[in-house]
Design a protein around this ligand. Sequence first.
Ligand code: G1P
Ligand code: ZN
Length: 542
Amino acid sequence: MTVTVATTPYDDQKPGTSGLRKKVPHFQQPNYVENFVQSIFDSLEGFAGQTLVLGGDGRFYNREVVQIVLRMAAANGFGRVLVGQGGILSTPAASNVIRRYGAFGGIILSASHNPGGPHEDFGIKYNIGNGGPAPEKVTDAIFARSMTIDRYLTIEAADVDIDTIGETALGGMTVQVIDSVADYAALMETLFDFDAIRTLIGSGFRVLFDAMSAVTGPYAAEIIGRRLGAGEAAVLHATPLPDFGGHHPDPNLVHAKDLYDRLMAPDAPDFGAASDGDGDRNLIIGKGIFITPSDSLAMLAANAHLAPGYAKGLKGIARSMPTSGAADRVADALGIPLYETPTGWKFFGTLLDAGLATICGEESAGTGSDHVREKDGLWAVLLWLNILAARRESVAEIATAHWARYGRNYYARHDYEGVDSAAADALMAELRAGLGSLPGSTVAGLAVVSADDFAYTDPVDGSTATKQGVRIGFEGGSRIVFRLSGTGTSGATLRVYIERYEPPTGDLAQETPIGLAPLIAAAEAVAGIARHTGRTEPDVVT
Ligand code: G1P
Ligand code: ZN
């Protein structure tokens, strides 16, 4: 029986870069989840009798919210919900299920790479029928609705068994519990040459994948462990845990330090990789060499034709603005367009739908293609393995050859976390106010040639996004970008992206911090990071 429950708005349900993210206790406030979910449903039209996909990364509170959403979906008139077994679907797997079954949309429960647990982070994100994150016009509508909401709809019913594959009736709706891995693994088999990768691994090539106690464990165990024959021991931390074992499930050199150390050891495996809480990010480390996400995007794009799914070549490459220009040089060489978008995967959706871009990537360890509408951690790992199987060279050899041909974009991102929000806003405001006078000036000995606040017009639907990050360009192609994170849950995070291009004839084997030192000094000089935030060192360098 449908029940209409009176509620009052919360004023902080504005979705960020990737859905609504807050601490678990925040989500546990009365009606907090219900308000947001009803605001999603109230912002959509035409879903009566249609299918919704539901799943999450298994973090703390995932199972409870699955039950809330199921009851509300039934009350709001959905015909069917496809829910991953145990409430589990990685973000790319959810995107695939939405597309494969022609669902109206999907709700993904995740706070990505943020920590999980009773006092850590939770998140809710809505994806549209193309399988991708809701565009801003939808998230704006959800937020507007959340500010006026006065009731939500649910039904009185017991919890549904979400652990057994099969169908259950819930009100007038059907809940169908699906295998979380099967459809995704099948999709990967269509894109990559599993035989070639199996042969590579069979010949003694050693792979180590760190699932970080997060959602990709079951996916990697099935695909890398079983189908590709690497065995159980090839997948570390393969069991998803509600608190990710107390760690940050963020595949970077700070939080995947153990993996990094193993790949730098004398007896290192040939290839190491990791993925994040919800399975959309990736970290790629070869024996003795870390590949930055920006370089990985460029190297994958340059070699993608070696995988069957991309044998016909790429239509275009898209990258977020702060991502390095390494992929631009590949696009140039391939004679295909390069699209520069604001930060966040949602900006790639229109380009992928329109067939303008095939491969997309972000400096924040996100890479993906038109096979789904999310970034996809395991996809990147499998494309690397396919390339390694085809070229029969090491990761280091592939990287060195790449830089020798295209030049090298030395790159680092400095994050200042938990900064006082007012101080961070003041820093950005001051930077923006000074933009006009920067070109032609010299900062810490470096000549500034351009300075602006990135604005974007979507070439497909004409939608615009402004204030997407302050960019300062220097003579010789070096660049510093400043922006504030849109995914944090406490205070502000200042991100400073630093990049320097070294042509093929230059020194391609420098240590990154040394290569970037003059620019790091310029970042401080131009933005006054220490003056505004009191910080003299970043918290995380990736
Ligand atoms: C961060 C990354 C961005 C990514 C997003 C979601 O957003 O920088 O590239 O799309 O997480 O994974 P930010 O916190 O910078 O807004
Ligand atoms: Zn993620």
